[in-house]
Structure formats: C-alpha cells, structure tokens
Design a protein around this ligand. Structure first.
Ligand code: GAR
Length: 190
C-alpha cells in the first residue's frame, strides 16, 4: 500500500522533498505519478528529472468537473495508486475523486488549521500579526482545508521577522513533516 500520486500546481518543493526522502530511505514509497493541473508549472520539469510519470490535466479542456476528475481517477487506477498526496494542488477535490479514495487523500497547508484556510495562508497569517503559525497535514474532504487533522507543527514568529523569512521557516518544516507523516500513514495502512 505504498504507491503514491503527488498532485501539484506550482513550484513543487514539497514534491522534491518527498523524492529526496525516498532517495535517503526515510520514506518507503513509490511515487508512480505526478498529476498537475497547470501546464506551465515548474513541478513538471522536476518530475521529469526524477523520471516520475507526469499526467497534465487542464480543467479548461473538460466539459465538467466530473469529466475532469474521472480522467484523473482513470490515470490513478491505471497506475494502481494507493495514496493521493496533495502538495500545493490549488483546486478543491470533488465527489468523483473523493469517493474512490476516501481516507486516502492527504493535503498539506501552511497554517495551523482551522486558522487561515484557503489561498495565501502565510500572507494571511503575517498580515493578521499572529505570534505563532505553522503547518497542518490533514485528510481531504469536500471542504476547503477542512478535513480531519493528522499532524501539525508550530512556527514562532520572531521579532521583526519578514514575510520571506516566515515563508522559508514554514517551508523548512513542510519539507520534513510531510515525508515523515506520509511514512507513518503508509505504515499504518499496510
Ligand atoms: C505549500 O506551502 C503548501 O503548503 C501550499 O502550497 C505550497 C506549495 O509549495 N498549499 C496550500 O496552500 C493548500 N491550500 P510547493 O509547490 O513548493 O510544494
């Protein structure tokens, strides 16, 4: 039960961290597929460099969300995927995808949920002037960053910390917490 599809829309630093953890033997998983909904995303080249199969799905090319997600489900089934790992995939998951992978879709979010769900969580937290923020890993349901929480780690905002420094601190935590949490989930699911 360790065959993974990573879903991403952007840079792919979390995808990269997952691949590095596998290379280092810290994560015993097989990333069979990268699903990307943005044809120009930097994560696509990263996946090609690692030799991961890439499935690019452009929502504009589908008549409905159901058709879009059904095409993704078909690709997941073809690759016999056990776990769907969202890593900066900026799209709500619908019933077509949720139903067959119930309890096996996981997301990472750069705040301590339920605070600051949605887009630009780091910017939102920074603007709000919080003294503590962090990273959440949770199961995915039909809501926006609302599923059951699996793991969280806090980041303390130092005096005069810039937004860029906060982004770096959050990413540093994401890159170790996500692979470690995926490893725990895989072990439990075996
Ligand atoms: C990550 O910080 C992730 O937590 C966030 O997108 C970034 C993707 O970075 N996800 C969300 O905000 C989901 N609501 P990456 O492309 O470098 O991995």
């Amino acid at each position: 039960m360790n065959k993974i599809a990573v879903f991403a829309s952007g840079t792919g630093s979390n995808y990269d961290a997952i691949m590095k953890a596998i290379q280092q033997g810290k994560l015993k998983a097989d990333v069979r597929l990268l699903v990307c909904d943005q044809p120009d995303a930097a994560v696509i080249q990263k996946a090609r460099n690692y030799g991961t199969s890439v499935f690019i799905v452009d929502r504009k090319e589908y008549a409905s969300k159901v058709a879009f997600e059904q095409d993704i489900v078909n690709a997941l089934e073809k690759h016999q995927i056990d776990w769907v790992i969202l890593a900066g995939y900026m799209r709500l998951i619908g019933e077509t995808l949720l139903q067959p992978y119930q309890g096996r879709i996981v997301n990472i979010h750069p705040s301590l949920l339920p605070s600051f769900p949605g887009l630009d969580a780091i910017g939102q937290s920074y603007q709000a002037g919080v003294k503590i923020t962090g990273v959440t890993i949770h199961y995915v349901d039909e809501g926006m960053d609302t599923g059951t929480i699996i793991a969280q780690e806090a980041v303390k905002l130092e005096e005069n910390m810039s937004l860029e420094e906060l982004q770096k601190a959050i990413q540093k935590i994401e890159h170790q917490l996500y692979p470690a949490t995926i490893q725990q989930l895989i072990q439990k699911g075996e």
